[in-house]
Ligand binder design. Structure first.
Ligand code: CP
Ligand code: NVA
Length: 315
């Protein structure tokens, strides 16, 4: 595995298989000393419940502790440049989980340090989410290959990492968005290139009914992501026919499960009825965030981790 987990594209199919294998073991065996006495810095520019708590509890179960650095503590890029924050932090802690607005900040942390950096969500990617989600699917079928996932909503950070992991695992993924909210074109092209090698089929449509037809999993996320609050009114208008609700779910035409990364804006991207239905597996997804992240931390920061020397500015 690479030193860092930044997008999902940085993992090979073998890395993903290894993460899933270790996840399975650590899900059964709650406590271990794999990260004994290590300290992991959580540098967060945005709010978080699942990511912060699952990293803190997961690290504790592996013998490490986390140090949560809230937006007001560090004031990334405002109080001092990222390149200074990264290099100082790397002398104190054994690993960093960064949740940032700008994706470039996560990349900078990774480039300038020789400790492992994990993206805990940026405006561009959310790899821990996608890995937790794919593990949730994997443990239900024993594989991701050939499973059909339909994502309905905004072509955002969560979709970008889902596309990366779907392409790498041979999963089929159809994304339905309104015009103007498609996934990033270069990320799509990158995923499509990988998909050709693994047999994954990636398709985009503007029609949510077409997307969900025959899908095994129907996935949605908020229409207004963190940092986009100013656009909320416009987005509510643009996305209104993309709600996951009883009418849309009728088009699936087979057994399916409903997924959401949470937090959920009930009544916007999904109805309360769909969220609370027996098909909803959202709490399994949320739980698996912790198990998968324990595996990621163990593999990146555990004893065997080779150190890849960073970086132009490291001294
Ligand atoms: N899904 C997720 O990342 O949740 P939080 O924003 O609460 O961490
Ligand atoms: N797309 C959402 C995901 C939250 C976990 C956001 O960035 O706010």
């Amino acid at each position: 595995m690479n030193k860092d987990l930044i997008s999902g594209f940085d993992l090979t199919p073998q890395d993903i298989a290894e993460i899933f294998r270790v996840t399975r073991t650590l899900k059964k065996k709650k406590y271990s000393a794999i990260l004994n006495k290590k300290v992991i810095g959580l540098v967060f520019e945005k709010p978080s419940m699942r990511t912060r708590v699952s990293f803190e509890v997961g690290a504790h179960q592996l013998g490490a502790r986390c140090l949560y650095l809230a937006p007001q503590d560090i004031k990334l890029g405002e109080r001092e440049p990222i390149k200074d924050v990264a290099r100082v932090l790397a002398r104190y802690v054994d690993g960093i989980v960064a949740r940032t607005f700008s994706h470039a900040y996560v990349e900078e942390f990774a480039e300038l340090t020789d400790i492992s950096v994990i993206n805990g969500l940026s405006d561009m990617y959310h790899p821990c989410q996608a890995l937790g989600d794919m593990y949730t699917i994997y443990e239900r079928h024993g594989t991701c290959k050939g499973i059909k996932l339909a994502f309905v909503g905004d072509g955002n950070n969560v979709v970008h990492s889902l596309l990366a992991i779907a392409a790498k695992t041979g999963m089929h993924c159809t994304v339905a968005t309104p015009k103007g909210y498609e996934p990033d074109a270069s990320i799509w092209a990158q995923a499509a290139d990988i998909a050709k090698l693994t047999g994954s089929r990636l398709t985009h449509t503007y029609d949510p009914r077409e997307a969900v037809k025959g899908a095994d999993y129907i996935y949605t996320d908020v229409w207004t992501s963190m940092g986009q609050e100013q656009q909320r009114k416009q987005r509510l208008r643009d996305f209104k026919s993309y709600q996951v609700n009883a009418a849309l779910l009728k088009s699936v035409g087979k057994e399916y499960a409903i997924m959401h990364c949470m937090p959920v804006h009930r009544g916007e991207e999904i109805t309360d009825e769909a969220m609370e239905s027996p098909q909803s597996i959202v709490f399994d997804q949320a739980e698996n965030r912790m198990h998968v992240q324990k595996a990621i931390m163990a593999l990146l920061m555990g004893k065997r981790r080779p150190s890849k020397k960073a970086a132009k500015l490291k001294r």
